[in-house]
Ligand binder design. Structure first.
Ligand SMILES: *Cc1c(COP(=O)(O)O)cnc(C)c1O
Length: 471
């Protein structure tokens, strides 16, 4: 399988060549040349496989530069009951007839990003050892991404993580999760500023090409193809649990920010998994809901980006969305370059409302969307707890609220649970008047010693710190 860029660069690459990269050289995102096809007979064969075996079957359709034996071993050591808490890895929880939650958040940091990041940690270690190289991952986080990256890379050979976060702005639980790590290759940098300051620092360091090369700076952001590919697996795992035959259809509702998670659902559907609808759920930051309603994609400014109680979906633009639009415009690289390269830079928006492709978003690709607000989250958390005794987090609540608006009695609906409530305790207390349940392994983590450097929002200071650590 070869990979191409969404912006038309004729160069084709293998999986391991793009594994450690972010954007393609022309500024586009990587996608496979074609989507491998899966039919009812394949699904029948995959029923009864363990999650790790299923992951191997799907990944091996996309990766031909790691041997089958090695890839199998990587999947087997990634998706274990020990790391993800259950044998099923992503168990379905039935709320009522035809309505399920798929638990993606029982990994080390209690958010769905572990599903992909844990695999990435093993793939990075494998590929860096094979090349005899080192990598210094520099990132910015407002919570979930940074901790998932740190827990995936801790103790891995050949990798260091430098993670910037806005000082004092993450939830106490999230701070404790990250800062209590004592691994020598994990470096927390708390910036006295906001998340945008952290992102600006990462951009500035990455744009200094000499520094980037000399200190082998890389990233693990959500546009990485390997992360997206890892997420395709749980759509299959959810489908196989919710159905008995291999032709029944199901729908998924996906709490969305950067369009990474639901883009993996799009890939699964393009492979032939019988998905009726992919419902995109946003919070008040409704860039994606606006697109699927109107065809207008409009990037928001900082003043227009709301801080909400489902903070991992507080985005101004959806960084993976270009992949879907590339498919929507018939995989026309020049057109995608015009939309994302030229038009967004010039006008901050584009409008596909009158485009024949836009009508296909719903009819051909199965997309639908909806939006949820703080009041909706509180009501959904309360209702779900009262009726089913199930406590859900704020992001999952956005998903469930929107899912209920898109129910079809004949098609089971699976809502992806993207985090556990303990990560967003303040809103749970507001909704339920009680503290969320806490998994036993996280008892008292707020009191553990913290390992973090506090710094001003100063690019030179962050660079000097990296130089000092890398020696
Ligand atoms: C990252 C995240 C999301 C959004 O996922 P995308 O892939 O960016 O759409 C939703 N919920 C939680 C809890 C997250 O951490």
């Amino acid at each position: 399988m070869l990979y191409l860029s969404t912006r038309g660069d004729p160069q084709r690459r293998h999986f391991c060549e793009i594994l450690l990269e972010g954007l393609a050289p022309d500024g586009g995102l990587y996608l496979p040349e074609r989507y491998p096809q899966v039919d009812a007979a394949t699904l029948a064969r995959w029923r009864g496989l363990s999650y790790a075996e299923l992951a191997f079957e799907i990944l091996s359709l996309y990766i031909d530069d790691i041997s089958a034996a090695d890839l199998k071993a990587i999947c087997a050591k990634t998706y274990t009951e020990e790391v993800f808490g259950t044998k099923a890895i992503v168990p379905l929880k039935k709320l009522e007839d035809g309505l399920y939650l798929e638990a993606l958040s029982n990994g080390p940091t209690l958010a769905f990003k572990d599903m992909a990041m844990q695999l990435l940690g093993h793939l990075f270690e494998y590929e860096l050892a094979r090349r005899g190289e080192q990598l210094n991952i520099l990132g910015a986080t407002s919570g979930d991404t940074g901790s998932a990256a740190e827990y995936a890379m801790r103790g891995k050979h050949g990798v260091r993580v430098f993670m910037t976060s806005p000082h004092g702005r993450m939830s106490p639980f999230q701070q404790a999760q990250m800062f209590s790590l004592q691994d020598a290759n994990i470096h927390n940098i708390a910036i006295t500023g906001v998340f945008d300051d952290c992102q600006d620092i990462v951009k500035a360091v990455s744009n200094d090409l000499d520094f980037k090369r000399k200190y082998k700076i890389g990233t693990v952001n959500s546009i990485n193809w390997a992360r997206l590919l890892a997420q395709v697996v749980y759509y299959f795992a959810g489908y196989l649990q919710a159905t008995k035959s291999n032709t029944e259809r199901v729908s998924f509702t996906v709490p969305s920010g950067n369009f990474g998670n639901v883009c993996a659902g799009h890939v699964a559907r393009m492979m032939g998994l019988p998905i009726a609808h992919l419902v995109v759920a946003t919070n008040e930051n409704d860039v994606l809901d606006e697109f699927f309603r109107t065809g207008v994609y409009r990037v928001r400014g900082a003043a227009d980006t709301h801080e909400t109680s489902s903070p991992s979906m507080d985005i101004s633009k959806a960084s993976n969305f270009e992949r879907f639009v590339f498919d929507l415009v018939g995989r026309d690289g020049a057109r995608t370059q015009d939309l994302f390269g030229a038009r967004l830079a010039r006008e901050g928006r584009f409008d596909l409302g009158a485009d024949p492709g836009f009508a296909q978003a719903a009819a051909r690709y199965g997309f639908a969307s909806g939006k949820s607000t703080h009041a909706d989250r509180l009501a959904t958390i309360r209702d779900t707890f009262e009726r089913f005794g199930v406590m859900i987090d704020t992001h999952t609540a956005d998903g469930l609220k929107v899912a209920r608006e898109h129910r079809d009695a004949a098609v089971p609906m699976i809502v992806l649970e993207t985090a556990l409530p303990i990560k967003f305790a303040e809103t749970i207390v507001e909704a339920l008047g009680r503290e969320p349940e806490r998994p036993a392994r996280f008892a008292g983590i707020e009191a553990l010693p913290k390992r973090v450097q506090v710094m001003e929002a100063d690019v030179a200071a962050v660079k000097a710190y990296i130089v000092q650590i890398c020696g």
